[in-house]
Design a protein around this ligand. Sequence first.
Ligand code: PLP
Length: 398
Amino acid sequence: KKMISDRVAETKPSITLAITAKAKEMVKSGEDVVGFGAGEPDFDTPEFIKEGAIQAIKDGHTKYTPATGILELRELICEKLKNDNGLSYTPDQILVNSGAKHSLSTAFQSILNEGDEVLVPVPYWVSYPEIVRIAGGIPVFVETKEEDDFKLTGEAFEKSITDKTKAIYINSPSNPVGAIYSIEELKVIADIAVKHQIYVVSDEIYEKLIYDGDEHVSIASLNEDIKKLTIVVNGMSKSHAMTGWRLGYTAANPEVAKAMGTIQGHAVSHPSSITQYAGIAALKCPECVLDGMLSEYDSRRKYCIERLDEIEELSYIYPKGAFYVFINVSWLFGKKYRGTLIKGSMDFANLILDNEKVALVPGVAFGADKFVRISYATSMEEIGKGIDRIEKFIKEVE
Ligand code: PLP
């Protein structure tokens, strides 16, 4: 008999893991590595949120909570969704999860049957296809175009639908591109989803990281029909610099919410009570979101693209949200760096890490091998130093 499940065999370990591990080793041994790889805020969690957690410990809130999360927190999430997104939910439609990644995995475990297909627009966040596979589904990749900022079009969506299609991922603002869907674009997607009765799993984790006066629209807010089919996923990791706390949440129709509650109850019971109290403190102060971080991210973004613009030949997708720049490095493929052939984004990432000490994520991890992703969730000084090194690396390619 097989001692490990077939599902694990089919699940790819994160491609980025090897590079991240190597970069960490280099830092440990004292090397001056510029970290453009991280997908997390470099800011500390705001003090008032930490205080909320400390107070919870002192008050003895250290016991089991309801499986779907503390009622006060679910009520605050309802208020947030109403005020920020124009969405009306009751607390029984809300589920507090251990991070948005856990929201996604619980959602798919709740809706998928063996062999159901889930449409994954490419490029995608690394975990999307694997979360589907682990839940017994089949990820079906949908191509998008660079000139559309890699956003899904109605045509591509509709063409990929089969009688097995159960759900589609939408991620706006997106990782790795930083693209934002307009209300018109979302309407097209919503109409198709409603016509074919397909769930939209809307990952809105980067909602608050938006620049140039752009606006975030939740697809669920377009009309009642699409709201019933949408599973809204959000969380505090990026908006409140709380990656390590593991706090995500889901809003869905009552049937899906109940199914998710059942799965969660047997899997993790609920997220840590202390984390939930930190979440309560965070959401009690809606005006404290990002707590001054947004303007800093925006300055870094501007500096980053200003510097990248100075590098001839290099092109990137103009980042409108999140904290990444997706850079096209494909013109270097087939050329050599100090005698080594660059065949794809993985070679580029390895060579630049080994030689110029820049850690970035190869696009192949997101299904887009022509690109690499840099994260500007790091200091201006590091951004400057890192782009100097990228420039130097490119100059040596021949
Ligand atoms: N969704 C996207 C698109 C992300 O980039 C991330 C984190 O990098 C997550 C979800 C997961 O967030 P969390 O830390 O809340 O699990």
